[in-house]
Design a protein around this ligand. Structure first.
Ligand code: ADP
Ligand code: ASP
Ligand code: MG
Length: 413
């Protein structure tokens, strides 16, 4: 007998037929004698629909009320799955975030402070199955809160850690983690196993198959994750620690995967005076406004001349960024603020980069051969990212996938 958290994403919960299918998967695990906590997402498209309602109601909506609205999608699917499981003769019940409770702080991108295992321990001791809405928690004040887009993955991993589950199974609409998004590269290869570290980096540069925070949490808690499809019964991908990778006898690749992120916007400030403190004066108000600056490029000024500074921020923070910069324009004395949202960040990730020079050079050459202009570059120990015009997204991802030898040549082109 194992203790397992099963998480089902939006496509898996999109309608009663699909929910019935999910219930069948839960039943199979229950019949194998496992203790189960099932975490569900809202039906596909539902969270987008609810967010749109908030925007229509008021462009400057209150995050507390936003959470009240968007948390409802998961409440519906958890009730529906519990009803369906009960209809199959299983002892299942839903428990909302506030009933466990899943204690969180903040709104709209709330942080999990802790989860009490008591209720679930009681459910398990009575042979029951708990169905829990993903994405939601409760604040100290008793208000409903949500964890940010894709947050049900984080709910699942946090629950798994709280109840000391043997593993956390994430069921989605693809049958594992691929070398890149299989929806844009048909030659992408499924990875039987990937390390937390690489998955964390891939998720943080745009591979949305797992929410970044869920991977960070799993890594800290040493909670093995399995990513698999709720639609077909194929083996998925195990996300594990470094040690296990060696146990599985997997060979390390130089580059593990390619990801892309369209949710970045480019900001360029022109005519910056060249004196110490200018850059600090630009980024301080952005940090104060909690805006995450990612790639940064500064042109080197010739003596006595001004320079330009380019950086990227999440598209959702662009308006706020411009507002914050306008307020310091006079004190710093720069020229224009130029913005561009038609860009994409494409990244190659792999721990093999640590010991291998030349990965970045190969990327630049491959993109140059296809006439793709590079607008900015950033690197970390196990990642190289470039900013390119959005129209080249698919081409750039495909070219890099081929360049680093990731193509599955048995797959359809
Ligand atoms: P869910 O609703 O189940 O949480 P998501 O849409 O959040 O599902 O994540 C699954 C999607 O992630 C897939 O449909 C796929 O298009 C995308 N994806 C991006 N990069 C990858 C990757 N490297 N491997 C697998 N899927 C990926
Ligand atoms: N329903 C939420 C979203 O779409 C959370 C999730 O599915 O993980 O972002
Ligand atoms: Mg998701």
């Amino acid at each position: 007998m194992a203790r397992i958290v099963m998480k089902f994403g939006g496509t898996s919960m999109a309608g009663i037929e699909r929910i019935r299918h999910v219930a069948g998967l839960v039943k199979r695990e229950a019949e194998a004698g496992h203790q189960l906590a099932v975490v569900v997402s809202a039906m596909a498209g539902e969270t987008d629909r609810l967010i749109q309602f908030c925007r229509e109601a008021s462009s400057l909506y209150d995050p507390r009320e936003y959470d009240v609205v968007v948390a409802s999608g998961e409440q519906v699917t958890s009730g529906l799955l519990a009803i369906t499981l009960q209809g199959m003769g299983l002892n299942a019940r839903s428990y909302m975030g506030w009933q466990l409770p899943i204690r969180t702080s903040g709104h709209a991108a709330a942080l999990i402070e802790g989860i009490d295992a008591e209720v679930l321990e009681r459910v398990f001791s009575e042979g029951g199955i708990a169905v829990i809405p993903g994405f939601q928690g409760v604040t100290e004040q008793g208000d409903v809160a949500t964890l940010g887009r894709g947050g049900s993955d984080t709910s699942a991993v946090a629950l798994a850690a709280a109840i000391k589950a043997d593993r956390c199974d994430i069921y989605t609409d693809v049958d594992g983690v691929y070398t890149t998004d299989p929806r844009i590269v048909p030659r992408a290869r499924k990875l039987p196993i990937i390390t937390f570290e690489e998955m964390l980096e891939l998720a943080s540069v745009g591979a949305k198959v797992l929410q970044t925070r869920s991977v960070g949490l799993a890594m800290r808690e040493r909670m093995p994750i399995k990513v698999l499809s709720s639609f077909d019964d194929r083996p998925g991908t195990m996300v594990v620690g470094d040690e296990e990778l060696e146990e599985f006898g997997m060979e390390r690749q130089l580059v593990t995967g390619i990801a892309y992120d369209k949710n970045e916007a480019r900001v360029t400030l022109t005519g910056l005076p060249h004196r110490p403190g200018t850059v600090a004066a630009i980024f301080a108000p952005l940090a104060e406004a909690n805006i995450n600056v990612d790639m940064i490029v500064q042109s080197v000024p010739r003596s006595g001349q001004t320079s330009d500074l380019t950086f990227t921020v999440p598209t959702a923070s662009l308006a706020h960024s411009v507002e914050a910069l306008e307020q310091v324009r006079d004190t710093i004395g720069f020229g224009e603020i130029l913005t561009d949202t038609n860009i994409v960040k494409v990244s190659a990730v792999g721990v093999g980069m640590r010991s291998n020079a030349g990965i970045a050079a190969r990327m630049f050459q491959a993109l140059a051969d296809r006439g793709i202009d590079i607008l900015a570059i950033s690197t970390s120990e196990i990642k190289v990212s470039v900013l390119v015009p959005e129209e080249y997204t698919e081409l750039a991802v495909r070219v890099l996938h081929t360049t680093y030898g990731l193509d599955d040549n048995g797959a359809a082109a």
